[in-house]
Ligand binder design. Structure first.
Ligand SMILES: O=P(O)(O)OC[C@H]1O[C@H](OP(=O)(O)OP(=O)(O)O)[C@H](O)[C@@H]1O
Ligand code: HPA
Ligand SMILES: [Mg+2]
Length: 178
């Protein structure tokens, strides 16, 4: 795997520090609220696992699975729900956890879908934000790192289902995906 890496953008240690900082902020802002965190599978799985252990207030965890990239580096623009929530979110404070916001189309679709379920509040937390690629308006409440317009992998994020288990976040060599 390592031979395919162009540049490490965030080390394991830098990620860990940022996750702690986000966890502290979320713990303060959601204190005494009934919170459900929703992880967007599969990419957010590893971030969510680390983040919830840095949040020191009671919460529930649920997942949605959606996919729009498949085996490509370009969003298909068509977001499909592969798994819906198990929990009811009516009157609950919902925090969506994402690994990366790129075009924003995944979260646009998800937030529109969840709005109709009458949550008390709906916010977004993403570890990575690639604002230069945005194709729609999206308000993100918690951002770990802003990144340039490059295809990245690691810490849950894949290319063609590979590299999710890298402990760091890195760019891929062009020849790997072209
Ligand atoms: O802002 P966007 O352009 O919509 O891209 C962001 C989404 O794309 C990736 O998921 P993907 O659809 O590849 O599924 P995965 O999480 O299973 O890898 C990533 O995990 C985000 O959910
Ligand atoms: O840069 C990326 N890498 C992997 N998957 C992604 N999905 C959206 N953007 C990316
Ligand atoms: Mg993907």
């Amino acid at each position: 795997m390592e031979k395919d890496i162009k540049e490490v953008l965030f080390t394991k240690e830098a990620i860990q520090e940022k996750v702690k900082e986000l966890g502290r902020k979320i713990s303060e802002e959601y204190v005494s609220k009934e919170v459900i965190v929703i992880g967007v599978l599969k990419g957010a799985n590893i971030f969510l696992g680390d983040l919830v252990r840095e949040i020191n207030i009671p919460l529930s965890i649920d997942f949605m699975a959606v996919s729009s990239y498949g085996f490509s580096t370009e969003s298909s623009g068509v977001v499909r729900i592969l798994k819906d929530l198990d929990l009811e979110i009516e009157n609950k404070h919902v925090l969506i956890i994402e690994d990366i916001v790129d075009t924003g189309l995944t979260l646009k679709y998800l937030t529109e879908n969840l709005k109709s379920r009458k949550a008390a509040s709906l916010k977004i937390c993403t570890l990575l934000d690639k604002p230069l690629r945005r194709k729609c308006d999206l308000n993100i409440d918690y951002v770990g790192f802003e990144i340039p317009d490059e295809f990245i992998v690691g810490y849950g994020i894949d290319f063609a289902e590979k590299y999710r288990n890298l402990p760091f976040i890195a760019t891929l060599k062009k020849e790997v995906y072209e």
